[in-house]
Write a protein that binds this ligand. Structure first.
Ligand code: DGI
Ligand code: FE
Ligand code: FE
Length: 192
């Protein structure tokens, strides 16, 4: 699918503000993909569609999680987490995106997971550091992203977990698993 068609499909699903965020994620994901030798076209496509389901009706999302036999523990956690796996499902079904690596990057873009691919990491990080983001610690993560994809992703995960802890929010297991997995791999120098 070409970029213009994909952007048109996504624009229809989002508010103006969320569309501008998406354009920031696209620009950032392309740059990160170039630096870290990730397929630029896949990164671009994943970024364009990553928040496709952000404004879907909550009941529709709940039903998709049940019907598609997605992990049912999602339903006990914050509904903010739902748009990632549901979005992955819907962009395949409604927009015809079929690349499994792109669909997987969209699926795990909010929580992360163990064994993230480089494409998963590029999307996760681009979503966190795109130019429109303005939360405490984002500049440090942007700086890290210049030299290490893995260190920057870990910092973003730490910030997200701290943010949730401060608000007494439950933390989805994949979020912890992702952080533990990457931190242990860096310690073992499997990642740099
Ligand atoms: O969709 P975006 O706003 O662009 O970004 P996102 O998909 O990373 O979603 C961010 C939201 O998800 C933010 O409000 C924090 C929340 N979040 C991420 N991990 C967890 C989580 N919320 C809970 N409750 N538990 C998590 O593990
Ligand atoms: Fe999102
Ligand atoms: Fe996003």
């Amino acid at each position: 699918m070409n970029r213009e068609k994909a952007l048109r499909l996504v624009k229809d699903q989002l508010t103006e503000r969320r569309y501008v965020h998406t354009l920031g994620v696209v620009e950032t994901a392309i740059r990160l993909a170039e630096v870290y030798k990730v397929d630029v076209q896949k990164a671009e496509l994943a970024a364009i569609f990553h928040d496709y389901a952000k404004f879907r009706d909550k009941e529709e999302m709940r039903q998709i999680i049940i019907d598609q036999k997605m992990p049912q523990d999602l339903l006990q956690h914050h509904d903010e987490l739902w748009h990632a796996p549901v979005g992955s499902y819907l962009v395949e079904k409604e927009a015809g995106v079929s690349d499994p690596e792109v669909l997987e990057a969209i699926r795990c873009h909010t929580s992360g997971k163990i064994n993230m691919s480089s494409l998963d990491k590029v999307l996760y990080l681009a979503d966190y550091i795109e130019p429109g983001r303005d939360f405490p610690g984002v500049q440090q993560v942007r700086d890290s992203a210049e030299t290490s994809l893995d260190i920057a992703v870990i910092q973003a995960m730490k910030n997200t977990i701290s943010f949730l802890l401060k608000r007494n929010q439950p933390i989805y297991p994949d979020t912890f698993h992702a952080y533990n997995d990457m931190t242990m791999k860096v310690k073992e120098r499997k990642l740099t």
